[in-house]
Write a protein that binds this ligand. Structure first.
Ligand code: COA
Length: 170
């Protein structure tokens, strides 16, 4: 595992670094949030959602936050699974950073979130970069969920990927 990529919890002092990717249309177009246009809104989001989240981490590249990765546990009869999400500042794309971050997640998350046996990721069919990250990380492509959800006003086909706690790590 390359030591230049590390994960750690967020802190409000990460606001400026977080703004770098949260304010970028090239990132937000694939995510469920709208592009942030001011830091105050982002600060509120960090206080309300990021800091209290049960498993959200900063992706650090040589110690500096350059992205975020999150596993959201489901509840009730779905509490055996968690949903993976991630994003990276555009200037760092293509260096294998998120693939390494996903591999770090898989090494720790099943210990941290005891109820979870399956991590799943729902990826827009057009988001080939993200699909490649999951394939390189040992996820299984479970299939395509046709017309599955509405993303930014359009109904989308979604590729469903999963990783089970007993699957081999890359
Ligand atoms: C998706 C994202 C997280 C990938 O992060 P990354 O660190 O650049 O990913 P990696 O470098 O680990 O791997 C990217 C892979 O996609 C490939 N790739 C890049 N552009 C591609 C394209 N247009 N078509 C096909 N493959 C492409 C790269 O070649 C690489 O694969 P390889 O190692 O086999 O060459 C990043 O682009 C991002 O933040 N996107 C916006 C947010 C997002 O999409 N989040 C996920 C929502 S499900």
């Amino acid at each position: 595992m390359n030591p230049e990529v590390t994960l750690r919890p967020f802190d409000l002092a990460d606001l400026d670094d977080f703004y770098a990717w949260a304010s970028d249309d090239l990132v937000s177009v694939w995510c469920c949030f709208d592009t942030y246009t001011n830091k105050e809104d982002l600060l509120n989001f960090m206080k309300r959602f990021v800091l209290p989240h049960p498993w959200m981490r900063a992706i650090c590249y040589y110690g500096r936050p350059v992205g975020a990765i999150v596993v959201t546990p489901h509840r009730g009869e779905a509490q055996c699974r968690g949903e993976l999400g991630y994003m990276l500042a555009t200037q760092y794309w293509g260096k294998g950073i998120v693939t390494k971050a996903v591999q770090l997640v898989l090494r720790t998350v099943f210990e941290d979130l005891k109820d979870i046996e399956r991590i799943e990721a729902l990826v827009n069919l057009e988001n080939v970069r993200s699909q490649r990250v999951l394939e390189k990380s040992g996820f299984t492509k479970d299939g395509v969920l046709r017309k599955y959800l509405i993303h930014k006003g359009k109904v989308k086909d979604i590729v469903l990927y999963s990783f089970i706690s007993t699957d081999p790590l890359e």
